[in-house]
Design a protein around this ligand. Structure first.
Ligand SMILES: NC(=O)c1ccc[n+]([C@@H]2O[C@H](COP(=O)([O-])OP(=O)(O)OC[C@H]3O[C@@H](n4cnc5c(N)ncnc54)[C@H](OP(=O)(O)O)[C@@H]3O)[C@@H](O)[C@H]2O)c1
Length: 328
């Protein structure tokens, strides 16, 4: 293993992305060091560059999705060994982010990747699935989750049979995992909005009805208000962006829940660990499926252009994937 690695740095707040060199970090007790074979792009990274949130120390390494090979395990780790193929969600600090060739992760938040899936397929899963799962099933955090019973735990499969669910933006990465989890939970009907070209893809994941999202008002606040208006008494609106629901509309018994999809946050770890401990089995049986993807050329250098495409809404129903080991 080399002592140095290539990483993509956001040089300063609102600055540029530049490929540079940093040390390969050593795993602390309970952590594993992973050689990142594939990372996937997420909207939060262009938002960090543009708006400056989340990060205080620069230059900063971003990136929250990884698939790769365990290189070294820290003290006390028995569940993984060098050479295991794994997937996990990265964290926004330089030793744990994923836009680099090697990164660290707490072992309890790692899943092995079944051999029938490529790293490119595997890396489409962690952040999207985690966000969907935490929004629906974080029983430890009722103010940030619908706190339903997870379908990957005993007695959870099919538990919400005949309960309707509406998924706004079902072709987004998070939305596609909400559809899959809703199906596992038994929800029916599963109604979603997306561009019509993605209808078959979403039906295959569990949607029973795909509505053209362009038929609805396309400004965000209006769309969220529509989401709120379809809630039944006692229903919950889960949102991954700011709460734009008109205050005058908020009636008792219908709730807006702000989801925070970072699995490593203290109030998310328990459910995250439960999910990642079962993920290998869910993938093997086909209960959770990877998303469609497109591999970007030029390794880490390809990320900045990919993030621009995400920002410009030029990516539909697929993850953009990068290979950090490719020569930058
Ligand atoms: N709070 C959190 O922790 C958290 C976690 C993850 C993501 N997020 C946020 O959630 C959003 C989705 O993230 P993602 O990674 O799933 O995104 P993504 O996969 O990049 O989303 C792309 C999809 O969004 C759809 N879309 C674009 N504008 C839309 C609109 N106005 N209404 C409905 N759908 C729309 C497009 O659908 P069509 O191509 O079918 O038209 C496209 O397929 C982002 O804003 C992200 O920052 C928040």
């Amino acid at each position: 293993m080399p002592a140095q690695q290539k990483a993509l740095f956001l040089q300063a707040k609102h600055g540029h992305f530049v490929v540079g060199t940093r040390e390969v970090p050593a795993p602390a007790a309970g952590e594993v060091l992973v050689k990142v074979e594939a990372t996937a792009l997420n909207p939060v990274d262009w938002k960090i560059q543009k708006y400056g949130g989340f990060i205080t120390d620069y230059p900063a390494v971003l990136g929250e999705d990884a698939a790769g090979i365990v290189e070294e395990v820290g003290e006390g780790v028995t569940s993984f060994k060098k050479g295991d193929r794994v997937i996990f969600q990265g964290r926004l600090d330089n030793d744990h982010a994923t836009y680099q060739q090697y990164t660290l992760i707490t072992a309890e938040l790692v899943s092995k990747l079944p051999s029938q899936f490529s790293f490119d397929q595997g890396v489409t899963i962690p952040l999207g699935l985690s966000t969907a799962a935490l929004g629906l099933y974080n029983v430890k955090s009722v103010d940030k989750s619908a706190a339903l019973s997870p379908p990957w735990e005993e007695g959870g499969r099919g538990k919400y049979a005949a309960t309707p669910i509406v998924v706004m933006g079902g072709s987004s990465a998070v939305g596609q995992f909400v559809l899959q989890l809703a199906k596992l939970s038994g929800f029916s009907p599963i109604i979603t909005t997306a561009s019509p070209r993605n209808a078959a893809q979403l039906t295959a994941l569990g949607a029973t009805h795909v509505l053209d999202r362009h038929l609805a008002p396309d400004v965000l606040s209006a769309e969220i208000n529509i989401g709120y208006d379809v809630l039944m008494p006692g229903g919950k609106l889960l949102i991954t962006l700011g709460d734009a629901v008109d205050e005058s509309k908020k009636a008792e018994g219908r709730t807006v829940v702000n989801v925070l999809g970072m699995v490593q946050l203290p109030f998310n770890v328990a459910v995250g660990a439960s999910l990642f401990s079962k993920l290998f089995g869910l993938l093997e049986e086909g209960a959770v499926k990877p998303l469609h993807f497109e591999v970007l050329p030029h390794g880490l250098k390809g990320i900045a252009g990919g993030l621009k495409r995400l920002e410009n809404d030029q990516v539909s129903a697929r993850k953009l994937v990068v290979h950090p080991q490719d020569a930058a």
